[in-house]
Ligand binder design. Structure first.
Ligand code: NAD
Length: 500
């Protein structure tokens, strides 16, 4: 018997609401962490704690792994089509609770309600893909000789795990869970300790959707919980989404233990703008990409490379940026430390000659004493300034000015990251020239956030991803499975060996 559902989140506005403390979800029951340690989860708009999140250790990972192992045979032997039915029911429950989930994401992460709701719906798209897998997963078979057939099928790995970042509390777990569960694995999620509530609701909704206890588990915590997961011998594969520093470390650690690791990292995304770009579309799209979700998206535009004379487009972007209403159109960033980090980047760039066209430093919102930073445009940045080459992860768009398209491409190409890149132009030839040369896994033409829609898979290149394949779409199914090849002979031709 499962524990009662996680209590509904009551807020339907940005006014502060205290919530309950988080617990681990293991074997269909809410459980305290064995360490007895916890930390507050802050509402970034109000700088106040919503509740506490436990900081689990290796013993809690062990308990989750034991529950996931115990649930594995029953779930693996449940027919694929029945496993997918749980995802259909989950989709209906998410749609039923969409407003609650949108507000929950807004309160724990700082997004606006619309952004929160949009991120939940984006997660639902991934769920739809996972639910459709039975229609595509038939595998393949061939008569390779008289009476001999070879068949290929994709089998679950066993117990697998996902580790997720703070910026999309509900959506990023749904990049992994649908494919992993529908494939017949059992799952342990370690969400970001800064936004643990989305995963609590997900556990509760999966339970309500009829997922058997132990098939999905949540272990809260930070580094110790993550290392416990990566090192646990029963956990066969780990999907990670977060910063490049941690992605690189965990990829190496898990791979050395022989696990399948797919670790998505940070980004520095370049949008190239040439003089024939459409003025209004480009300026609006640049601002939306850089400042949506307060710039805390791994696909956010962080560098505009202005090729030649695009001053009218820069002026229009300044005008649009100045109209963004902090608190209404754009939320706070995740923490006080983030405000300080972003402030440092701007000060450093200014000291080295960059010009601040729109300054978000010192921004405030009446009655909401949270972690505010206004949208910021920095002009005359050079590629060697930290603001020109490092991930800031806040609402800052750096403008680098160059004379030619090849100079722009050279700057984009020398970035160690490779998540997204886009070209803004009305020329098909210019677009094609760039698309053939970008060092990025997800590219756009006149699109500011070129996130591929399912079934096109999500994943970058270079230091934005460690591992083979992408995390969503069909690649995700491949990642969470292993191919089995079966050769059978039923015809009684005893005089022939299979090799004859
Ligand atoms: P983060 O790397 O600090 O944390 C991600 C996860 O790793 C969290 O669950 C955290 O608890 C854990 N963690 C943190 N430090 C650890 C350590 N030393 N050892 C083991 N585990 C550790 O990332 P974040 O600040 O939560 O998220 C923002 C970052 O995520 C940005 O760099 C952003 O670009 C990136 N991101 C990338 C993608 C992508 O698809 N490439 C998507 C979303 C976010």
């Amino acid at each position: 018997m499962s524990s009662p559902p996680f209590p509904p989140f009551p807020a339907r506005s940005n006014a502060f609401h205290q919530y309950v403390d988080c617990k681990n979800w293991i074997g269909g029951r809410w459980q305290d962490a064995s360490t007895g340690r916890s930390q507050p989860v802050h509402n970034p708009r109000h700088d106040r704690a919503l509740g506490l999140v436990p900081l689990s250790g290796a013993a809690d990972v062990e308990a989750a792994a034991a529950a996931a192992r115990a649930a594995l045979p029953g779930w693996r032997d449940t027919p694929l089509k029945e496993r997918a039915q749980v995802l259909y029911r989950l989709k209906a429950l998410i749609e039923r609770d969409l407003d609650e989930l949108g507000w929950l994401v807004a309160h724990e992460n700082g997004k606006t309600f619309e952004e929160g709701k949009g991120s939940v719906l984006k997660g639902v798209e991934c769920l739809e893909f996972g639910a459709s897998i039975p229609n595509m997963a038939a595998g393949s078979g061939l008569d390779v000789s008289r009476g001999i057939k070879c068949e290929l099928s994709y089998e679950p790995l066993g117990v697998v795990a996902g580790i997720t970042p703070f910026n999309f509390p509900f959506m990023v777990p749904l990049w992994m869970i649908p494919q992993a569960l529908v494939a017949g694995n059992t799952f342990i999620l370690k969400p970001s300790e800064r936004v643990p509530y989305g995963s609590m609701k997900l556990a509760s909704l999966l339970d309500e959707a009829g997922l058997p206890p132990g098939v999905f588990n949540v272990v809260h915590g930070a580094q110790a919980a993550v290392e416990g997961i990566v090192d646990h011998p029963a956990i066969k594969a780990v999907g990670f989404v977060g910063s490049t520093r941690v992605a690189r470390l965990l990829y190496a650690r898990g791979s050395a233990l022989g696990k399948s690791m797919l670790c998505l990292g940070g980004a520095k995304n370049h949008l190239l703008v040439v003089p024939d770009a459409d003025l209004e579309l480009t300026a609006t799209t640049l601002a939306a990409s850089a400042f949506g979700c307060a710039g805390q998206r791994c696909m956010a535009a962080s560098v505009m490379i202005a090729v030649g004379d695009v001053q009218p487009i820069i002026d229009a972007t300044v005008a649009i940026t100045r109209k963004i209403r902090l608190g209404l159109d754009m939320g706070p960033v995740i923490s006080r430390a983030a405000v300080e980090r972003i402030t440092r980047y701007i000060g450093e760039a200014e000291a080295r000659g960059a010009k601040v066209l729109v300054d978000g430093r010192g921004a405030a919102v009446d009655g909401e004493p949270g972690y505010w930073f206004g949208p910021t445009l920095l002009d005359h940045v050079t590629p060697d300034m930290p603001a020109g080459c490092e991930e800031i992860f806040g609402p800052v768009l750096s403008i680098i000015r160059v004379r030619t398209l090849d100079e722009a491409l050279a700057i984009e190409n020398q970035s160690p990251y490779g998540n997204a890149a886009a070209i803004f132009t009305q020329s098909g030839a210019t677009a094609r020239y760039c698309l053939e040369r970008f060092e990025a896994g997800m590219c756009g033409v006149n699109v500011g956030v070129p996130v591929p829609r399912e079934p096109f898979a999500f994943g970058g290149w270079n230091d934005s991803k460690f591992g083979v394949g992408d995390l969503t779409g069909w690649d995700g199914y491949r990642f969470w499975t292993r191919p089995r090849k079966v050769t059978s002979r039923w015809a009684q031709q005893r005089d022939m060996t299979w090799m004859s």
